[in-house]
Ligand binder design. Sequence first.
Ligand code: UDP
Length: 323
Amino acid sequence: MRANNNNKARRSRQPVSVVTGAAGFLGSHLTDLLLARGHRVIGIDNFITGNVQNIAHLGGNPAFKFIQQDVTEFLFLNEPVDFVWHFASPASPFDYLNFPIQTLKVGSLGTHKALGLAKEKKARFLLASTSEIYGDPLAHPQPEEYWGNVNPIGPRGCYDEAKRFAEALTMAYHREHKVATRIVRIFNTYGPRMRLNDGRVVPAFVSQALKNKPVTVFGEGKQTRSFCYVSDLIEGIYRLMMSRYDLPMNIGNPAEMTVRQFAEEIIHATKSRSRIVFKPLPQDDPKQRRPDITKARTILKWEPKVPLARGLTDTIAYFRTKV
Ligand code: UDP
């Protein structure tokens, strides 16, 4: 009876979402989408890699509340919550090399706190997981059933293992506490609000090209990635949260290319005079990566829509204002 009353109360008011990592690249785009779809949003961030500029436009919006807090600490909210979107984490190889312990803590302790909040509020929970849980994959493209090939003690281990732990904890809360959970495995994503100096390939190449400086391709540039535009990704994640699917799901763009081809695309799109230079390949850099998105296509009726050229135009326009 109480559950029925709770459900009725929920339906009769505006949905409330908590977004951890709300000042980050993905967290801030997700916050915008939730506000546009009528949610009230409580954003949490400690600005370790997030940027206040990403949420500055929400100042004065009565549907948005911001709490500056480290999500590894106890989360107390004196109000109802319907959805918890756990996006807080350093997310670029450069960032998690700089903050290995914080990365491990937010993936483990932070996920524990965010799940605890969801359990307490009887909210639905979504974990932002990653293609990194597949490590340097031996299966290609990567389906969700693939268990991965991760070096736990290498430089990427702090991120990969934290996210693997986060997935395990999410499933444990689902099975033991019956929390309604979702797990999205996010593949390489790009768009406005990426941090210029986060070391990832898109900000690195675009800023180098805009300055007509050498474009630094690691290794021989034969490693592959596939790049999803941020609006496509966020739409897929929203659909996953609203679906009934509680096992991990890949969201990403299956259009695969080598890093060298990508460098050429960027030089072309920026009309740059840059040339390509080759630098050593970082340890454990995955040789190939491409999502199998069969599940997203069939269950969510989702697939990416924004072609690379269009996504790059918007991204480059954003970076022009920053370099
Ligand atoms: N990369 C590169 N030059 C750079 C930055 C990255 O060649 O200045 C390569 C990197 O070695 C990797 C790919 O681009 O193979 C994507 O790197 P990113 O850091 O964006 O993320 P990852 O997919 O490795 O998590």
